[in-house]
Design a protein around this ligand. Sequence first.
Ligand SMILES: *[C@@H]1O[C@H](CO)[C@@H](O)[C@H](O)[C@H]1NC(C)=O
Length: 164
Amino acid sequence: MFSFSETVIAILLLLICNLCYSCNQAEYDIGGECCPVCPQGDRVYKHCTGQSSTSCVPCVGLTYTDEPNGLTKCKPCTVCDQGLGLKTVRTCTSSSDTVCGVLEGHYCINPYKGGCRAANKHTACKPGQFIKQPGAEYIDTDCEDCSDNSYSNGSFTSCKSHTE
Ligand SMILES: *[C@@H]1O[C@H](CO)[C@@H](O)[C@H](O)[C@H]1NC(C)=O
């Protein structure tokens, strides 16, 4: 027969294994039950029961799911905010979020999944500085001071000599 301490350990192990139990990858947990996930582009309409599988419906009205899921609500599509220096590069679909890119004259400061989440205006070089490297989509303008006896109004790509 098992000793008292062996019985206690067995019960503890059973409890721990119940807590650590989770559904497999193609399922989600709802109140301790495992239901099949809905495909990307869909969401859960009704959780599965002993008799029926999960019932799924497509995402509508500027919402999406970009992976198989057990969500009862689709996620709202990202809006590319002009105030953050962004424009829309790819519109949202039921199965993929909007992709934002940077507005003209801006560079991305927060790249995300092949797009951008925030951008800043390119730095304008000051008088006395020249543009060493113009700004691009992912880099800011590189300004450099003119040496003595040369000048630039801030938009030259090289400094001009005073004595020319
Ligand atoms: C600098 O000079 C160039 C040509 O002389 C002009 O086109 C440009 O607008 C000037 N930029 C500034 C910031 O004054």
